[in-house]
Design a protein around this ligand. Structure first.
Ligand code: ASP
Length: 437
């Protein structure tokens, strides 16, 4: 049996919802469905963005801002054949609540209403995510959710569940971060013991590289959980980065598919161990699975003679970042120097950071570079295979690109290269040329 999630674009118009219905009905295994709120369509905004604007209004003005949301749902209901007034009671109940409702309650209503429509169209049960997905305060509670969700769905043969939110012990609605319906889908997949979590979106799958920079990039047919984490870190945003965790616990593969091209084979994300033991075969057998990158990092370079013999030096440097709430990405180091790479922050924070590090470890020299781009070369195929880093470095040097940093984790699943923001796109193209991913 399959748990299936449909994203906002899939649910954006009456026509796309009818395609979703067809997709579900074409496979009797598709029994537990999670939906996003309608996305952008025909010049109209994402419903979630419209609701964010409603929640941001003064309480007495919210009803006015909610009117276009009602109109959008009425049009969808009419278009799918349920009749424009199908959600009348729900819409007026929400409208009555608007003045006193929390932000999360308001923002989550797109998913709630969308799930009601699809449940009616399919003749599946509607089950409110508030009953299945549990938060403790504002923090998602996975242990509690695991049992509540499994129990809540155990008596259903088939159900539609709104994505993106759950509730806490006070009965308040709490949302995940944006794009969080992917997490809801993964939670439901685990709860019902699905053999597969299908995630329908509006692209054919994960690409070997960003097609805007490398036009011949192709769809990756098989990706492991670990490779996915590396790519998600580098900004590949096909799937919410946290959605992997519930399914990973239960070894359930995720299949990324395209609602608007349902016959495309998509990307299957599979348990790493199973892939390494040979259970899945990639069509393209390359040492490198994908190359991805992000711009706009900073790096703080600290020099101090004999720093390696000063016990606690690195900890003291890092404590400065911690005190200022700056997350660290990488720490390449030498004998008398260390570099800390982190996401760009404002000038005031930079000044405070430099001052804190100077006071804390009294470096001989400290400098900041503000235009760092990181590129990850990702793939299990490079493990125990000499030469990948050498080829990358050579290729960059032949292309006249200065390499500012290189970092490889002990798991040998990725090599991170640092170049300047200006060299970023050229470096991506050069590395693709080298590894032909
Ligand atoms: N509708 C929400 C958003 O736009 C959640 C989701 O689509 O996953 O972020």
């Amino acid at each position: 049996m399959k748990a299936v999630k449909f994203g906002g674009t899939s649910m954006s118009t009456a026509d796309s919802i009818l395609s979703v219905k067809q997709i579900i009905e074409s496979d009797a295994e598709r029994r537990f469905i999670v939906v996003s709120a309608p996305g952008k369509a025909n010049g109209e905004d994402k419903v979630t963005d419209m609701l964010v604007a409603v929640a941001g209004e003064r309480p007495n003005l919210r009803a006015g801002k909610f009117a276009p949301v009602c109109a959008r749902f009425e049009k969808i209901c009419d278009g799918v054949g349920l009749g424009a007034s199908f959600l009348k009671e729900d819409l007026s109940a929400i409208e009555k609540m608007l003045q006193d409702a929390s932000r999360d309650y308001i923002v989550s209503r797109g998913e709630y209403l969308c799930a009601k429509i699809l449940a009616a169209l399919l003749g599946y049960e509607f089950v409110d995510a508030a009953k299945l997905i549990k938060f403790s305060g504002n923090t998602y509670d996975d242990g509690y959710t695991e049992s509540v969700c499994a129990l809540g769905l155990s008596r259903c043969r088939a159900a539609v569940i709104p994505g993106f939110y759950g509730s806490n012990g006070n009965g308040d609605i709490v949302t995940f971060s944006r794009g969080g319906s992917d997490i809801s889908g993964a939670i439901v997949a685990r709860a019902v013991g699905a053999g597969l979590y299908e995630n329908f979106t509006d692209v054919d799958g994960f690409m070997t590289c960003d097609p805007r920079t490398v036009p011949h990039a192709s769809v990756i047919d098989i990706l492991t959980y670990n490779e996915l984490r590396e790519l998600a870190y580098m900004g590949a945003n096909v799937l919410h980065p946290e959605s992997i965790f519930p399914v990973r616990k239960a070894n359930i593969p995720i299949h990324i598919l395209n609602t608007f091209n349902p016959s495309a084979s998509g990307t299957k994300i599979v348990p790493t161990e199973e892939f390494l033991s040979g259970k899945y075969e990639r069509t393209k057998k390359m040492p490198i699975t994908a190359i991805a990158g992000r711009q706009h990092f900073f790096s703080l370079h600290i020099d101090k003679s004999m720093m390696n013999s000063e016990v606690g030096f690195v900890r003291r440097v890092l404590s400065c970042f911690e005190r200022l709430g700056i997350a660290i990405e990488h720490i390449p180091s030498g004998i008398d120097s260390m570099t800390v790479v982190f996401s760009a922050v404002d000038q005031k924070t930079v000044n405070a950071l430099i001052k804190a590090v100077q006071d804390e470890v009294k470096p001989d020299h400290i400098s900041l570079t503000t235009d760092v781009a990181l590129i990850a070369i990702v793939g299990h195929g490079m493990k125990s295979r000499p030469g990948t880093a050498a080829r990358a470095i050579n290729r960059l040097s032949t292309a006249g690109i200065n390499l500012r940093m290189i970092d490889q984790g002990a798991s040998e699943i990725n090599i991170i290269l640092g170049v300047s923001d200006d060299d970023f796109e050229r470096a991506l193209v050069a590395l693709n040329g080298e590894f032909e991913v």
